[in-house]
Design a protein around this ligand. Structure first.
Ligand code: ZN
Length: 379
């Protein structure tokens, strides 16, 4: 065998060894390779004016409605069938929007959900790294909750009805989320998933010890309903599917999955978002020495104590039929949107940026599996 032949043979052997090593790659190594982030994401600094009916949104670009004050409500255009709304993350307190808590006789909450905008950005990054750079649609309210509650109806709980605050409400709900984001998702995919992102107190804090589970998923069904057996929840005569924010999915998937499965079914068929996310939290718990839990899930089927079941946004955009909001049918296209309110405890959001990012990556992975399982789309 001459030197050229030997060289060719050694090259061939090297190729075979590389191929063999890639075939025999251990699951841990595979996971490690998958975890190397190819994309990083933070909100673009430039905000581009958006004119409804005229602007053609480009994925990854940040928009603000041209007719209102720039930046009060911003929209990250996407190309995935996922819409993330962040109603309580803002901190701006402009003087030309009255303080809701003054002159308001009703009991209202004005506490912001700190770091939910950062968490949303981390979820965007997680999804980009799972989908070769695709974006969810994200609608962010930048105004403080003392000025406006973007998870309450127009005028409800002393929400502004005119001026700059009224414009911001319309931009968040009717323009960016209702017409633009949902319109884009339905136009491309015919159906979509809404994640209304929030922050809840830590379990065990003195004033909040009853908010037990670390992550709460709200489907517009009360803790009492969730305490019922699967049989009662699935009884169509009780109407829980129609009252839930999974109304559309429940109707479409009824031939294979019942409502209790969608709410808290286990990993075997990837039925519930809670089970998918708890599976991710198990990894976080191992890595960080925590015991975070998600409700409802196969691990915690019903809340132990106080529970946040969801408010205006999931009712309005997921077409729930419970008669509690008067402009439900303003969002007619939303009957093809399902979703949930996602409440994340403060420790996960606000104690360690690495923990928040790792959690966000698990949320992104759970969203991808959920979309594959229930929307039959491989992202
Ligand atoms: Zn909130």
């Amino acid at each position: 065998m001459n030197r050229q032949s030997l060289h060719a043979l050694s090259g061939l052997l090297a190729c075979v060894m590389v191929l063999a090593s890639s075939c025999l790659r251990s699951p841990d190594k595979e996971k490690y390779l998958l975890m190397v982030p190819r994309y990083t994401f933070s909100l673009p600094e430039e905000i581009v004016p958006y004119t409804p009916g005229i602007t053609k949104a480009v994925p990854g670009v940040l928009y603000s409605v041209a007719t209102s004050v720039p930046g009060d409500v911003v929209y990250l255009a996407g190309n995935l069938p996922i819409i993330i709304t962040v109603p309580h993350g803002g901190s701006a307190t402009p003087a030309d929007i009255p303080d809701r808590s003054e002159d308001c006789d009703e009991y209202i909450t004005t506490a912001n959900d700190v770091q939910t905008i950062a968490l949303a950005c981390d979820i965007v990054e997680g999804l980009m790294n799972l989908t070769h750079g695709k974006y969810p649609h994200v609608v962010i309210n930048n105004l403080c909750r003392t000025r406006i509650d973007q998870n309450r109806n127009w005028g409800e709980d002393c929400n502004p009805v005119d001026g700059r605050g009224g414009d911001a409400w319309i931009d968040f709900h009717e323009v960016m989320t209702g017409a633009v984001a949902i319109g884009a998702v339905l136009g491309r995919f015919g159906a979509g998933l809404l994640v209304d992102l929030h922050g809840k107190p830590n379990s065990g804090e003195p004033d909040y010890s009853l908010y037990w589970e670390s992550v709460m998923i709200g489907y517009n069904l009360t803790s009492t309903v969730l305490s019922y057996s699967d049989e009662v929840i699935n009884d169509q005569g009780n109407g829980y599917a129609e009252r839930s924010s999974l109304r559309f999915l429940s109707a479409r998937e009824a031939h294979t999955i019942d409502l209790a499965g969608l709410l808290r079914g286990g990993m075997r068929g990837h039925e519930s978002f809670g089970a998918l996310l708890q599976n991710g939290l198990d990894e976080i718990n191992r890595d960080y020495g925590k015991d975070y839990t998600v409700v409802p899930s196969d691990l915690v089927p019903a809340p132990a104590y106080l529970y946040l079941s969801g408010e205006y946004n999931i009712k309005a955009f997921c077409g729930v039929k419970d008669g509690s909001i008067d402009n439900l049918y303003a969002y007619t296209p939303s009957r093809f949107i399902s979703g949930f309110q996602l409440e994340v405890c403060r420790e996960i959001r606000d104690s360690d940026p690495a923990l928040r990012k790792d959690f966000a990556r698990e949320v992104a992975q759970a969203l991808r599996l959920y979309i594959a399982r229930h929307y039959h789309l491989l992202l």
